[in-house]
Design a protein around this ligand. Sequence first.
Ligand SMILES: Cc1cc2nc3c(=O)[nH]c(=O)nc-3n(C[C@H](O)[C@H](O)[C@H](O)COP(=O)(O)OP(=O)(O)OC[C@H]3O[C@@H](n4cnc5c(N)ncnc54)[C@H](O)[C@@H]3O)c2cc1C
Length: 530
Amino acid sequence: MSIQSYKQNPKLANDYEAIIIGSGIGGLTLAALLAKEGKKVLVLERHYTAGGFTHIFKRRGYEWDVGIHYIGEMQRKNSVLRKLFDYISDNNLEWADMGDVYDIIVIGDKKYEFTKGTQNLKKQLKSYFPEEAEGIEKYFNLIFEATKHSQSFFMDKALPPIMSKMAGSFMRKKYLKFAEQTTYSVLKSCTQNEELIKVLTGQYGDYGLPPKQSSFAMHCAVVRHYLSGGSFPVGGSGEILKTIAPVIAKAGGTILTNAEVDEVLIENNKAVGVKMKDGKTINAPKTISSAGYINTIKYLLPNAISNKYKLKENLSKLKHSAAHLGLYIGLNGTPSELNLPKHNLWIYPDDADHDTCVTRFLEDTNNEFPVVYVSFPASKDPKWNERYPNKSTIDIITIIPYKTFEKWKDERWMKRGDEYENLKEHFAQRLLKVLFKHIPNLEKHIDCYELSTPLSTQHFVNYEKGEIYGIDHSPSRFKQNYLRPHTPIKNFYLTGQDVVTAGIGGAMFGGVLTFSAMTKKNILPKVMKS
Ligand SMILES: Cc1cc2nc3c(=O)[nH]c(=O)nc-3n(C[C@H](O)[C@H](O)[C@H](O)COP(=O)(O)OP(=O)(O)OC[C@H]3O[C@@H](n4cnc5c(N)ncnc54)[C@H](O)[C@@H]3O)c2cc1C
């Protein structure tokens, strides 16, 4: 069996060629790429279920996705990301198109549709802001210009350190020119219209930082990613793990849940395996951490090693991304009976810009939510009705300061007491109120709901401040050259979202880069030919 639990006496091989810590899409991508080359890998996951943010959870007869609401580029069958998904799932993962409109930005009473296709989107935006046609053109040119230079920036990350020392600064230079600027400053060079800026940055929740704080490179990556529309896995996000795990198993690999790694074992500056939380050790010639940079440096490497290489000094240059609340709602009725759309809603206050809204909410959470993101997964999955007849689900997400829930951080999951539950209920009611304001007919169909807090993210996916997207995507992040697969320790590598950027695509490219760093092979030509 390819997925086993560490608690249940798993049958392990004694000759794994690599150990990957963390079974998120970054770790799974790397594991599958290695497996396709015949390598037997062991993926260790501390949660009781595998998949990282791609995991689903089931309760009260419903199923909810945690960290996937839409993925771009899947309808372009020859896009690198689509080919990569096809390759690591042996073509077994199918994608459902979300239709012509993938996002709607709601600002007060106004609605702005993001339509599939660059030309369509441009046209749509120009119809909302006819006097800004020139600025909109300039904006799209900048998006494509930045994207063009991203390839060599990220390719540098896979180079051996010595080669990167020689060629790296040249390879990074052009992209860094964009990455070093905030989204807002670049947009200001295109238009003075603040409403247009607010609309163009209406997907900022996809990377968690408002325009005056985020890097323009991250903004570009997200906008461009969705230009050809949004897609959702047929059968739900759980299909991602279901289709990739057999590929890993075919080469003799294993995914182990309930398997928390305590420390990476290092001898003579070489990684030789891991020590598990229960003290047992597992050895392999190569070890890779997909558990996030901060986790890895702070908790998984022995102190003597991180001190030797001054790795903890890097942490002071990084910030956690925002924490979030997730409201998972179950409804009576099919998506079509309830008239649920496939597109997402991004609901914003209309009295201030994004940065002001975020700042005032982080200072006082009684202020209006700076963003309320609403996704309708049941209507996105064409197999939903056969899997969950007469039911629907909705996910709502907003930002929340970690400190709002921090005082319960040492309490056990489900046992955090009445005060915690009451605070959750307070936020759940406020989020429901926003939903009902925009889609009033849903109120009578609500069957159940459950709110996740930053402590849920901490508990299930091990992000210490409940951060939603790993390291935040400020201009400074892109200058941190150590966010790359190679580490100063021989045979020890990093992968996943912190190596590239957040997002399923970003984390998967993390897997691709780490594969290249480990094997000195560029796998993409093979992926594209497959
Ligand atoms: C609410 C939310 C919505 C999102 N929506 C989208 C979306 O619609 N589209 C999109 O493209 N992206 C979305 N994302 C982002 C995307 O899900 C992530 O960027 C991506 O999944 C990260 O993958 P990863 O493999 O780097 O890390 P993760 O998925 O976080 O995996 C890391 C894994 O490491 C494990 N781990 C940590 N420490 C240890 C240890 N000591 N031992 C063993 N295992 C350990 C964790 O339990 C976890 O499973 C969303 C994220 C969130 C949180």
